[in-house]
Design a protein around this ligand. Structure first.
Ligand code: PRE
Length: 376
């Protein structure tokens, strides 16, 4: 039997040949890129890649190697595409993105909409981002807020997108797909819920608790430890507080902010009922224009992928090859297509950066229906 040294020597020799061939292949890919630039052809040719993968598999004998050689060629073609996108970027043929860079948001002359009623966390987020002096009003649902932006009834909307304990706010993700509105900012609001009731109410005599479904979720442990409290969802935590005043029942309480409790003259029966002490919610600022601030450093996109093995893995390479740091990924079911998903990705960067433009070009060609949700 050959020694390990001898076998390694043989591998080194083969690898040298593979490296030399790889370099030759990349030189040809570079010429292909020149041809495509000259003739306005797309980099990604799905049919050609599939044909190559089938052919590669047919040239090897064992099932294990068939899969291996396909993986190898998938990677080779992916590296080839990345080189081609880079060449396209370098000669300025990546095309202009339909987003306009602005120095600042015109807040002074704007109307800002939030969902809920006075005292809602969305209102607190609005004040945290825009200050106290802005012209704001409220609507009943998140969809109403999106409509107000789309119609131009408001210039900006403040919507919750993610909570540190309950996770993504799914409905808002879906609305970002449905509407031609774009994210231009974000703000993270520490969220501390209280149990609030009428004067004279006692925590251990409460039989019904109102809150927003997210509020109820964020206080799951507290509510589990108080099984007598029936949980009732209402459109907003501040609506819950208002309901206690309307009902005048000492056995009813609301899970809301201390601010909402004081606004509606309620007594705090228990401070901090949220499970997580560092509970906070990230809110996005949405507008109907395709604009981004010059110092924006985070991009949100969403896309669909072919329903086949490895497609998400392939797509991730656009972030890796362009040195982009992906900070978040979510998936949501696609309406009317059971068990198929739309992916939402956040990554660091500005739409004016070369690497970002390059990645977006590749993502656009290789995903089904990619949408830039905003740069902020
Ligand atoms: O044949 C092409 O059009 C190429 O760009 C070359 C190549 C490859 O590396 O083989 C790369 C990208 C295409 O999607 C298909 C194949």
């Amino acid at each position: 039997m050959a020694s390990l040294e001898e076998l390694r020597g043989e591998l080194d020799c083969l690898d040298e040949q593979i490296i030399a061939l790889f370099e030759k292949r990349m030189e040809v890919c570079s010429l292909v890129a020149d041809y495509k630039i000259e003739n306005g052809r797309k980099v990604y040719d799905r049919a050609r890649e599939q044909e190559k993968l089938l052919k590669a598999a047919s040239r090897v004998e064992h099932a294990y190697n068939k899969k291996g050689v396909q993986e190898l060629f998938t990677l080779l073609m992916s590296v080839s595409r990345k080189l081609q996108y880079q060449k396209l970027s370098a000669c300025g043929t990546t095309g202009r993105l339909p987003f306009i860079e602005v120095k600042e948001l015109d807040v002074k002359n704007s109307r800002i909409v939030f969902q809920g009623v006075e005292g809602a966390y969305s209102e607190a987020a609005l004040k945290q981002y825009f200050g106290d002096e802005v012209n704001s009003y409220h609507v009943r649902t998140w969809k109403d807020a999106m409509d107000a932006i789309e119609d131009g009834a408001a210039d900006f909307a403040v919507l919750p997108i993610e909570n540190s304990s309950a996770g993504a706010v799914n409905e808002v993700y879906d609305l970002l797909v449905e509407y031609e509105n774009y994210i231009v900012g974000e703000t993270v609001l520490p969220v501390s819920h209280v149990l609030a009731g009428l004067k004279g109410s006692k925590e251990d005599e409460i039989t019904r608790v109102y809150s927003h479904p997210q509020g109820l979720m964020q206080c799951e442990k507290y509510l589990y430890d108080h099984p007598a409290m029936e949980k009732i969802s209402v459109p907003n935590t501040a609506v819950a507080a208002r309901k206690i005043v309307e009902e005048q029942d000492v056995h009813h309480a609301a899970i809301c902010s201390a601010y909402a409790a004081s606004l509606y003259g309620l007594e705090i029966l228990r401070e901090q009922v949220n499970d997580n002490r560092h509970n906070s919610t990230r809110f996005i600022i949405v507008t109907n224009q395709k604009i981004f601030l010059e110092h924006a450093d985070k991009i949100s996109i969403c896309f669909e992928l072919p329903h086949e093995s490895g497609s998400l893995y392939q797509i991730m390479s656009h972030f890796i090859y362009n040195d982009l740091n992906m900070t978040k990924i979510e998936s949501r079911p696609i309406e009317d297509r059971p068990w198929e998903y739309r992916f939402f990705v956040d990554f660091e960067g500005n739409l004016a950066d070369g690497g970002v433009k390059n990645a977006i070009r590749g993502l656009r060609e290789e995903t089904k229906s990619m949408k830039i949700l905003g740069n902020y």
